[in-house]
Design a protein around this ligand. Structure first.
Ligand SMILES: Cc1cc2nc3c(=O)[nH]c(=O)nc-3n(C[C@H](O)[C@H](O)[C@H](O)COP(=O)(O)OP(=O)(O)OC[C@H]3O[C@@H](n4cnc5c(N)ncnc54)[C@H](O)[C@@H]3O)c2cc1C
Length: 369
């Protein structure tokens, strides 16, 4: 049994902690605020690797593996915690409003078909038959029936309860830095106190470079702000996730719609701005005109852990005894189950479920050299 310290109580830290506690390790999760209160509960909860991928490659492979793990993972979580994370295999429609956008969808359709993925190219009218509330201005759409969604706040609640019941200890405080002895990470400095560990898992999201001795520069991971709005038309207007080039709409089962999201480098500022909100609201109306009369019932923002190549870092750090599970950028909710599995496989020396070379932490240092 290993003594494991996990730095960060977001979805990454908690999912990894739960996985390792179930495998019999002694796990402590250290969180400076409230577990899950940062990017992980700000998220829309889309589980949409096909919609997110710009091209075929390792990022898509990782996302598809995690999407495949999701149904069993959430069922286990609901059983262990008593909280249903509201997983819905809603499918997604990616929308085009003009000829240029339609060409981009056609190209995406071609490479996704070549990879053997489930995808259909629809005309505007075919898309409206599936989702009658869609704007008449939609010219074409990709239908991605395997994409899904989850409610991130409920998921975080389920995860923290399940992790705690599996034996994880949650500790409050700020990890200032890692403690190193002879090239090995032997623990962390928690508010000036040295906590010892056999392995430290760094899962501090956008704040990872601020952990002293982490070996991750502020160029490698940066906070990217995403603003969100919640609309409540009362009656459900659509069932699929809808994505346009200007943003997305995520329909919750109770009729609420989450409109997202901006992509801004604004440091650690989590303001919701006039400009950001205006963009989201005009996008929402353009995609589903009936949303024009819906009350706006919420607005918030969160900080995505952006990386230089937009892929996560999952692998050993620059010190023995250090594992990184961070930099999940726009897809950390999707990638939680596969990341937890991969960290356990790294720890036990089991062959990884997915090739980890593209996600190694030292790839950025190599690129700089
Ligand atoms: C607006 C928005 C929409 C999104 N939509 C989606 C989506 O639809 N689908 C999807 O898959 N992903 C989505 N994401 C991305 C996803 O939310 C993130 O990738 C994911 O939450 C990252 O999880 P994390 O645990 O690494 O980070 P976080 O949730 O930010 O957690 C990191 C935690 O570490 C703690 N911490 C940091 N430093 C220290 C320290 N020194 N000591 C102690 N604790 C520390 C922080 O307090 C924080 O709680 C979205 C993100 C945003 C902002």
């Amino acid at each position: 049994m290993n003594r494991i310290l996990v730095v960060g109580g977001g979805i990454m830290g908690t999912s990894v902690g739960l996985q390792l506690a179930r495998a019999g390790h002694h796990v402590t999760i250290i969180e400076r605020g409230v577990p899950g209160a940062e990017a992980s509960s700000a998220a829309a909860g889309m589980l949409a690797p096909q919609m997110e991928a710009q091209a075929d490659g390792p990022g898509l492979t990782l996302g598809l593996k995690s999407r495949e793990l999701y149904p069993a993972w959430v069922t286990q979580l609901a059983t262990a915690s008593g909280v249903d994370p509201l997983y819905v295999p809603s499918g997604a429609l990616q929308l085009a409003f003009d000829a240029e956008q339609r060409q981009a969808l056609e190209a995406q359709y071609a490479w996704q078909r070549a990879r053997g993925l489930d995808v259909a190219l629809l005309s505007g009218d075919e898309a409206r038959r599936l989702e009658p509330a869609l704007s008449p201005a939609v010219e074409a759409a990709l239908h991605l029936p395997r994409e899904a969604q989850v409610d991130p706040s409920r998921l975080m609640r389920a995860l923290t309860i399940a992790a705690s019941r599996a034996g994880c200890t949650f500790t409050s405080g700020l990890v200032r830095g890692l403690v190193e002895r002879s090239g090995r990470c032997v623990g962390v400095d928690l508010d000036g106190q040295h906590l010892q560990a056999d392995t430290v898992v760094l899962a501090a999201g956008a704040w990872t470079p601020l952990v002293g001795g982490a070996g991750v520069s502020g160029e490698t991971i940066r906070p990217m702000r995403g603003q969100m709005a919640e609309l409540d038309p009362k009656l459900p207007l659509h069932r699929c996730l809808l994505k346009s080039p200007l943003g997305y709409l995520v329909p919750r089962q109770d009729g609420r719609v989450i409109a997202g999201s901006t992509m801004e480098f604004a440091g650690f500022d989590k303001s919701v701005t006039v400009e950001g909100l205006a963009k989201l609201l005009s996008m929402a109306q353009r995609v589903v005109p009936a949303l024009a009369t819906a009350p706006v019932t919420g607005m918030w923002s969160g900080l995505r852990p952006w990386t230089q190549d937009t892929k996560p870092i999952i692998g050993f750090g620059h010190l023995a005894g250090l594992i990184l599970a961070t930099g999940h950028f726009r897809n950390g909710i999707l990638l939680a189950p596969v990341t937890a599995l991969l960290v356990e496989q790294l720890l036990t020396g089991t062959p990884p479920a997915v090739d980890l070379v593209p996600f190694r932490a030292d790839r950025f240092a190599t690129a700089r050299a």
